[in-house]
Design a protein around this ligand. Structure first.
Ligand code: AMP
Ligand code: MG
Length: 491
């Protein structure tokens, strides 16, 4: 385990020419203090969790001191935002402190969000508010607990700094870890500027450091293989989101990681009742990024990436790479949903079994997470919870017809019911980060500087597939106040 001052930095991105970034430094803020620290993430970079207790920890991660070996930059990128190309974005309020290699040889970006203005701030203040850092911190760790690829959360530093949004809030900084922060938009910016040399350099850098298994591939073929791999990873990521009921909220191409991991948590949401048109982001009235639009948006965004990479490959090759999206997505989604239903041997009629269940859930506004979780005991014939599931559906006749088909289907598959229930519980989480749970932690933090609820949720969501009897209440569908929460882009 390492101390703060001997983290092994190896900053590969700053070895690229300065056209790729701007050197910058975080701007410290008033009365910084540690709000939350996540030892699980610190282990990824071999940082001794005991270091979080030192006063220097806050100084290093709020810009007062610079970690030895760090080389802070704001990365340049562009992106399609709500369908429109924005020629220059870049880290307007985030700073890549540097890259640290963990003991298993895996390198992690140390990335500080809310560090003040950078050359890419476009007139905005470069800050993040406490509310949004708590949401990202909890959201990313919840996602990791669900075994869905994501950036990780190291810590939140709070402050007394006033930050102006719809109201006065306090500023905070979040430190997160990711294999890199290279986005679809990192490629778009050079392509649209016709800087094809820089585009090729970025592709070479990305392959060398992040897709090394493609490095030996001959000639330009490796760029095609790279694109194909991003397509497939993204398809699998979106399938995992759809299966767990996660809506990202702002799937602009600058929020799409080339690693196929969930990144840039803003106005995201997990489904409470099943509503395919669920729009988590109040600033998206048209629902471009509604829950059920995500699979199509994933392909749209990949097409923007493919378009940007055209100087490096033929159109036919790019189209062939994109053609992988649909089969990989459909296959991954079907596998997730079959597992959620407790089925192991796929059959043609399974699609209809699922769509009828979803249709009933939509019609009766049944809670998505709780319904799937309770299916395990429902599936065990004669299980006491059978009636509890049935009672979720006012249309008993329709439900009974479905249940008869489901039971017949399970019967045809055979197998030991207890083993099946265990398998189902391992893929149907009991706990997700419902908006109202995050909101309760935020209110305590904002109103009382009481951060205990953040820790409670981190512990809960680390293990979302296990029963945690003392936490039973956290599995509940939202109370009335929690159904009305409004989450916007402004954060
Ligand atoms: P986001 O919606 O957080 O993904 O941000 C989209 C773009 O706007 C990125 O380039 C951000 O760096 C930038 N941005 C968002 N909020 C701020 C802010 N308060 N100050 C400066 N730039 C910001
Ligand atoms: Mg972003």
């Amino acid at each position: 385990m390492r101390s703060l001052t001997d983290l092994p930095f190896d900053n590969t991105y700053t070895r690229l020419p300065e056209a790729f970034y701007a050197r910058t430094r975080p701007i410290p803020f008033t009365n910084p203090h540690l709000v939350s620290f996540n030892p699980a993430a610190s282990e990824l970079i071999d940082l001794d969790p005991a270091e979080a207790a030192r006063p220097e920890f806050v100084e290093y991660f709020s810009g007062k001191k610079q970690l030895p070996g760090a080389d802070p930059i704001a990365m340049l990128y562009a992106g399609h935002q709500f369908g429109q190309y924005v020629p220059q974005l870049g880290d307007g309020r985030a700073i890549l402190i540097g890259e640290v290699r963990g003991r298993q040889g895996i390198a992690w970006d140390l990335h500080l969000k809310g560090g003040g203005m950078t050359p890419f701030s476009r007139g905005f203040d470069g800050r993040a508010v406490l509310r949004s850092t708590i949401r990202e911190h909890l959201g990313s760790e919840a996602m990791h607990g669900l075994q869905i690829p994501t950036t990780r959360a190291l810590c939140i530093i709070g402050s007394d700094e006033e930050v102006y949004r719809e109201r006065v809030e306090t500023g905070a900084m979040l430190v997160r870890l990711a294999p890199s922060h290279i986005r679809f938009g990192s490629f778009e910016v050079f392509s649209y500027r016709s800087q094809h040399d820089l585009l090729r350099q970025l592709a070479d850098h990305t392959i060398e450091h992040h897709f090394p298994h493609l490095d030996g591939t001959d000639g330009d073929d490796r760029y095609v293989r790279f694109l194909t791999e991003v397509v497939e990873r993204t398809a699998r990521l979106v399938a995992a989101w759809q299966a767990v009921g996660f809506a990202h909220g702002v799937l602009n191409t600058d929020n799409m990681s080339i690693h196929g991991i969930t990144m840039d948590y803003g106005p995201f949401g997990f489904l409470d009742h099943y509503d395919p048109g669920f729009i988590p982001n109040h600033s998206d009235p048209g629902g471009r990024y509604a829950f059920d639009q995500q699979p199509g948006i994933g392909l749209w965004n990949l097409s923007a990436l493919a378009q940007a990479l055209l100087p490096l490959m033929t159109r036919e090759a790019a189209v062939a790479a994109l053609d992988r999206y649909e089969p990989v997505f459909l296959n991954a989604y079907a596998e997730h949903m079959q597992a959620k239903l407790g089925l192991r041997q796929p059959r043609p009629e399974d699609g209809e079994l699922l769509s009828e269940l979803l249709a009933m859930m939509q019609a009766s506004e049944v809670d998505y997470t709780n319904l799937f979780r309770s299916l395990a005991s429902f599936a065990r014939e004669g299980g006491a919870d059978g009636t509890a599931v049935r009672e979720m559906f006012p249309d008993a006749e329709r439900f009974d017809a479905w249940a008869a088909r489901y039971r017949a289907r399970l019967g045809a598959e055979g197998g030991e019911p207890a083993a099946r229930a265990a398998r189902m519980n391992a893929v149907n989480p009991k706990y997700v980060l419902r908006n109202y749970l995050a909101e309760a932690a935020i209110r305590k933090a904002e109103d009382e500087r009481d951060y205990s609820e953040i820790e409670r949720l981190l512990a809960l969501l680390r293990d979302p597939y296990s029963e945690q009897p003392e936490m039973e209440g956290y599995a509940a569908a939202p109370p009335e106040w929690g159904r009305q929460l409004v989450i916007s882009c402004s954060s």
